[in-house]
Write a protein of this length. Structure first.
Length: 141
């Protein structure tokens, strides 16, 4: 598939796909006219790269671990002590982010539950209009 198709399938801008290729994260064959030609498996690869980037990993780390991630099986190759230490730090940092996100999600859920519990139906308004709710936020804090 061409770069435009891969971009559309993954929601990833073409510029980013070229960057992934420059960083050695993605490989494309070249057609005789010089166009990039991506294998269908690149869709999953791009989504995996994006997920790892969104989790906070650098492209340098991603490049090191991508060869180990072959579907559900993890293929272990000789990892240096530096790589292991870096991955442990990243894993711990991710765990902290997950804990923080979980607390934030719980806070938002609690606030939303309180708002919905205290919501009063509009009275004296035309059908389809919404009254401006008033909330006693001090009572929910």
């Amino acid at each position: 598939m061409r770069i435009g198709e891969l971009s559309e399938c993954t929601g990833t801008p073409r510029r980013l796909l070229r960057y992934y290729e420059e960083q050695g994260l993605l490989v494309a064959d070249r057609s005789p006219n010089g166009y990039r030609d991506y294998d269908e498996r690149c869709v999953d690869r791009v989504l995996q790269i994006r997920g790892l980037l969104e989790s906070g990993l650098s492209t340098r780390i991603i490049k090191q671990i991508l060869p180990c991630l072959g579907g559900r099986l993890i293929h272990v190759t000789g990892a240096s002590d530096e790589t292991i230490a870096t991955l442990e730090r990243e894993r711990d940092r991710m765990r902290q982010r997950i804990e923080c996100l979980t607390r934030s999600q719980e806070a938002i859920s609690g606030y939303l539950d309180a708002v919905l519990r205290h919501r009063r139906p509009a009275t004296g308004r035309a059908a389809g209009t919404i009254a401006e709710p008033s909330y006693d936020l001090a009572a929910t804090a």
